[in-house]
Design a protein around this ligand. Structure first.
Ligand SMILES: [Zn+2]
Length: 207
């Protein structure tokens, strides 16, 4: 089999498919072996991605500035936002850690959402893409493995289990927003068929 532009590789099981035509609006092309969506009907999927990314971006502002956790141990009462938590390590030997946490948990996820919206925003409402849309989409893909909001969430969960015996804990609005972001991001990534997004961007740029 010779490589051709209509070939799509299943992201899960690597089966190669010949996509003889792009799926129509609302249609989905699934992998014949494992059923993973490999291409989406254009307007629906791209609109979903942009809406989910925008929602996550708005929730991110809540995450950064509103209280994340509140700890109470009789006399001692403390609440902290993610921003404060990150900044609390900003002096001395822990500074690099502070920068790394800020980068992986806040800066990279926000950058990735911004890039996605830049690349696909106009396309989702059938407008000509903004300049640099293709580059923005490529960077968003490169950043994907480095935006680790969900890893942070797992870390927090582990810490909560350890702390539960020592203090009364309550989760602030930022905690729930962050949990929502993790779910929204996962949903967005399942919606995002690389093939469909690139094809749509390609056609719109050439128009
Ligand atoms: Zn498959």
């Amino acid at each position: 089999m010779r490589a051709s532009p209509d070939m799509v590789c299943c992201p899960v099981c690597d089966a190669l498919h010949h996509l003889t035509r792009e799926p129509a609006t609302g249609e989905k092309a699934r992998c014949i072996r494992c059923g993973t969506v490999i291409a989406n009907g254009k307007p629906q999927a791209i609109l979903h991605i942009v809406v989910l990314a925008s929602t996550a971006l708005v929730l991110m502002t809540i995450v950064v500035f509103y209280p994340f956790l509140e700890l109470r141990t009789g006399v001692f009462d403390s609440r902290a936002s993610v921003f404060e938590t990150v900044m609390s390590f900003s002096q001395g030997i822990m500074a690099p850690l502070s920068i790394a946490v800020a980068a992986f948990v806040i800066v990279l996820p926000v950058a990735r959402l911004g890039l996605l919206i830049w690349a696909l925003g106009p396309l989702s409402v059938d407008r000509t893409p903004w300049p640099g849309a293709a580059r923005a989409l490529r960077y968003a893909e490169i950043l994907k493995p480095w935006a680790m909001a969900e890893i942070f969430m797992v870390g927090v969960a582990v810490a909560l289990v350890k702390l539960a015996d020592l203090a009364t804990l309550s989760m602030g609005p930022a905690f729930w927003s962050f949990a929502a972001i993790v779910i929204i991001t996962a949903l967005k990534d399942t919606q995002m068929s690389k093939h469909s997004v690139w094809t749509a961007l390609d056609t719109a740029t050439r128009r």
